[in-house]
Design a protein around this ligand. Sequence first.
Ligand SMILES: Cc1ncc(COP(=O)(O)O)c(C=O)c1O
Length: 239
Amino acid sequence: MARPNDTSARPAKQSPKKRPRRKRDPERTREAILEAAREILAQDGKEGLSVLQVAQLAGVNRGTAYQHFQTREQLLEAEGALPEVVVACVGGGSNAIGMFAAFLDDADVRLVGVEAADAASLGTGRAGVLHGARSSILADEDGQIADAHSISAGLDYPGVGPEHAWLRDTGRATYLPCTDDEALEAFARLSRTEGIVPALESAHALAVVETLDADYVAVCLSGRGDKDLAEALAALAAG
Ligand SMILES: Cc1ncc(COP(=O)(O)O)c(C=O)c1O
């Protein structure tokens, strides 16, 4: 009889089958994503459209869908031209890179990332390693991670994806800071003037738009502000 720890009695463990790697084909991927978006739009209308559903239907991951989907195509269709500036807030960086990716080769389109002023890994950080990636991070000279702060939880992070550090260093993208107060002001303004309550993260991106010397700007409204209402209203009331 096999003893409990006698591994020879157990069936050999199958190593997981590796899925064959798909060949990179950006054109086909793009077509598949747009096709999926059209199909969902036709079937469920605008309300049914989400990046997740498009990604699932197209058989790509969500980041890929996000990069290809929406902004660039829709702006070209609606305005017949690309925007002068694309603006997105930057926490860990995936939101902004998703927005920027489609425009990277459009040299005339300025890319502006907005960081929380006290969590500005790109604006005030130094080269270092956080969570296994070498990038621009908030740390002291020994590499000890420094505290970050932001009124928006999503931007309150002392590191950033390395691609942003590269975009900063090559000059392809610019990164600007935004304070809590400036973000709150933008949060209140958009809610009042458009009836759209932006996430506090997105309000950072909105806040810098006025400071840009441009008429045609695409801002990434990365999320809704319902989740932030209690905190924002308390902060606004406190003045
Ligand atoms: C609504 C919203 N927008 C933007 C961000 C920032 O995204 P990222 O961390 O990808 O830069 C977050 C992060 O949690 C978020 O919740």
